[in-house]
Write a protein of this length. Structure first.
Length: 333
């Protein structure tokens, strides 16, 4: 005879799971991944495959031989970390640097805190920022798109963000005329005069397709991406109105890793706030910090650092922005 299990309400049942969400993120990344294959060819394939394989291997090895527990590779989290790490790299990065980045992402950013669900920082960004600080020359050498069979010897060029930084330093708004049009930035058509950036930032439209898919499947909510993009538009717009040496809001949003970070990195379940109000605060802060670092920091890009900074503030946001308890009656004034 089966036991009757009695539990307190509310009673809820759903099909949501770690595996479903992780594989959903992989599907959402496919448009941007395919676009990177189209623009970078062999380099993109080598970087992404190496990153995913290294992340999966290090999670398996650390789980089995250091943590003495059964590896849980089928949940897809190691593959997502590998894909996101690879898409935050240039297409000509040497294999040994990619492997070091994967080791830091999985070993330091994830497994040292106990594995999935315990890491305070986004693992892929931990690996990416470690490489950016440790190997700045290799991590900021941007191949020009269209060199399908080139890998280590690909021709490089300055990215749109580098042009924006140059205009600010020179105080010359005419330098911004060199930038691709907003339509070209949306489609990833940077031409032969520019380095296209990391694998995942080349085509904003592909990333927006991924956003639409994840919203449709309810893998993420709109709060964080909209808060980040909206904040960047507002603050960059104010700067542009005050001084045209700063790029216009559309160019800011469509350039660099802002879309990739806002859609796929900042929305990480573990490292972002739990409540919608907290997510809006989190997103606004990331957008503001990104503009500050881009315009006045040492690096042209600020998205990765902004997300990691706000990852550290997520526990504080969760503490002070709490959801209403089920059945709670508000106090009468």
């Amino acid at each position: 005879m089966g036991k009757l299990i009695v539990s307190l309400s509310p009673h809820a049942h759903g099909t949501d799971s770690v595996e479903r969400n992780m594989y959903g993120v992989i599907i959402a990344l496919l448009p941007a991944l395919l676009v990177s294959f189209y623009y970078f060819g062999l380099g993109s394939v080598v970087v992404c495959l190496t990153s995913v394989a290294a992340c999966v291997f290090f999670e398996w090895a650390i789980s089995k031989y250091m943590m003495k527990r059964e590896p849980s590779l089928m949940d897809g989290s190691a593959m997502v970390t590998g894909l996101l790490l690879g898409m935050n790299m240039p297409s000509n990065l040497p294999l040994w640097i990619i492997i070091i980045g994967a080791l830091v992402a999985i070993g330091v950013g994830k497994m040292s805190f106990g594995g999935l669900g315990n890491n305070p920082f986004n693992p892929a960004l931990v690996g990416r920022c470690f490489l950016l600080v440790s190997f700045p020359a290799q991590m900021t050498s941007w191949p020009v798109a269209g060199q399908w069979l080139s890998y280590a010897d690909a021709e490089t060029g300055a990215t749109p963000l580098a042009i924006m930084k140059q205009a600010i330093k020179a105080g010359d708004a005419s330098i911004l005329e060199q930038l691709p049009s907003s339509v070209d930035l949306l489609l990833g058509n940077h031409g032969n005069a520019f380095g296209a950036g990391t694998l995942g930032e080349v085509c904003a439209l592909a990333l927006l397709l991924g956003l639409a898919y994840m919203l449709w499947k309810k893998i993420i909510t709109w709060h964080i991406p909209v808060a980040i993009i909206g904040t960047v538009i507002v603050f960059s717009g104010l700067l542009h109105l005050a001084n045209p040496v700063y790029a216009n809001p559309i160019q800011e949003v469509l350039s660099g890793g802002l879309m990739l970070g806002a859609i796929f990195m900042a929305t990480d379940y573990v490292t972002s706030p739990m409540t919608h109000k907290g997510q809006l605060i989190y997103g606004v802060a990331i957008g503001f910090l990104t503009i500050v670092i881009r315009n006045w920091g040492s690096y042209p890009e600020g998205m990765s650092f902004a997300i990691l900074i706000m990852n550290a503030f997520t526990p504080l946001i969760n503490t002070y922005v709490k959801p209403k308890r089920f059945g709670e009656v508000p106090e009468k004034k």
